[in-house]
Design a protein around this ligand. Sequence first.
Ligand SMILES: [Fe+2]
Length: 281
Amino acid sequence: MPDNIIPIDKLLDQVGNLPPMPRVVEKALQIIQDPNSNMKDLASVIKLDQAMTSLILRWVNSGYYSLRNKMVTIEQAVAYLGQRTVQNLVLSASVASFMNRPSPGYGLEKGDLWKRSIGMAAGARLIMKEIAPDKAEDAYYAGLFCDIGKLVFDVLIQSSPLGKEAQDKPFDEAESDLFGYDHAVIGAAIVRRWNLPNHLARVVECHHVPSHVEEPLRPLAYSVHAADAVMMMFGVGMGVDAMQYNLDPMTVEVLKWNDNSLETFYDRVMPLLQEADSFLQ
Ligand SMILES: [Fe+2]
């Protein structure tokens, strides 16, 4: 443990290069969580952001949906895609805008962190769909934000020997040794700064140690933890922390997995990753 631990808030202020949660996302999330809102409200918020509008129109008119008549308004697109898909697109696109860059401190190339995050998000959602479908979207968001703390540390570790240290021990341990906390703790602080629900912050905080989370959040935390491990196992978006992952021994039991789960899981996540990739391009 380092002698002078910098308080998390101070550290986040110091780094200062992490973009704030885009206004459109913050507003869109408020609308989605408001039971009295409707699709029209959502469309009118998205319309305020030119980049988001064109991205959603591009997506709905992409080969993925094979529409005979192209859609030209955001209202049409939102009505067609449905609230959940639009919600995912808005969040994924905004996260992509800063997660798509390289993280040299972790040995990650451009796009690696984004791919890994989308894999965790899509993977955790797949897992939760089977055991608690009403929590599937929460799993997606938690997965998406899990490693966002790496962006903060990346700035700090480029001038430190963390890369070398991480070769001998799990990366989160090396982070804690150097800074006093790991990227999961920093990630949770960012999620809280963005005013996202606290249960998401807790899952992000515990994604390496899912047994530490409160009982009701346990399946959610284990779903993200398992998706993270699988991404690493199959080499998705890996850097210097490759192959250093402590899988919690309770994972299989909490998620009710069997011998085939791992293999079928990978086969089902890969198309989602490819889909996300084409969405970015
Ligand atoms: Fe992580």
